[in-house]
Ligand binder design. Structure first.
Ligand code: AMP
Length: 192
């Protein structure tokens, strides 16, 4: 069983790499972004509460996402968990450490996908254009204004986690600008 965090700015490829790990290693993907979008689609009170915050590109409160993750960890996962888009703040990182300790789970690695900012904005704007062309729903936060706010949130609140996990000896950095297959191979190497 392997438990990992995928860390990186929006558009770095966390979701794509998580799907691959689910397929090849029977891991369970925990994407707080997916969970929040699902809550919105279901029309739950929480979903309504967070809709505007997400569309603007800001982070929702730690309390909400920690609650979502707590429930999922309690369900367990045979092949281990991929934390995708969580934690995004130091408070969330501490909460995750406590939850894992309570459950007797160990974090094996924090995989940081390194990319550059112009690539991110382009990737996300492309993702929206492709969805639109295919008649698929476009994420409300996949527009240039929200993407820039998401990047700012990342640098202000999430990027300190790189130092935090580096200091704990858990950080593994991967070049996220390589092809999808090369990134997959490098992550496989890291995970052994
Ligand atoms: P994502 O799908 O990971 O890009 O997340 C989409 C949006 O959901 C983010 O821009 C935030 O508004 C919200 N979100 C997802 N995960 C978190 C988190 N761990 N903490 C706070 N907000 C989050």
């Amino acid at each position: 069983m392997t438990n990992i965090i995928l860390l990186g700015p929006p558009g770095a490829g966390k979701g794509t790499q998580a799907s691959y790990l689910v397929e090849t290693r029977n891991m369970t993907q925990l994407s707080t972004g997916d969970m929040l979008r699902e809550a919105q689609a279901n029309g739950s009170e929480m979903g309504k509460k967070v809709a505007e915050v997400i569309a603007r590109g800001e982070l929702v409160t730690d309390e909400i996402v920690i609650g979502l993750i707590r429930e999922k960890i309690a369900e367990g996962a045979e092949g281990g968990f991929i934390f995708d888009g969580f934690p995004r703040t130091l408070g969330q990182a501490d909460a995750l450490a406590a939850l894992l300790a309570e459950t007797g789970l160990k974090l094996d690695a924090v995989v940081e996908l390194q990319v550059n900012d112009e690539v991110l904005v382009k990737r996300i704007v492309n993702r929206a254009e492709e969805a639109r062309a295919a008649g698929k729903p476009v994420r409300a936060d996949d527009n240039e204004v929200s993407v820039r706010i998401r990047l700012t949130e990342y640098y202000k609140k999430t990027s300190p986690l790189i130092g935090y996990y580096y200091a704990k000896g858990e950080l593994k950095s991967v070049d996220g600008l390589q092809s999808m297959e090369e990134v997959q191979a490098e992550i496989a190497e890291v995970l052994g």
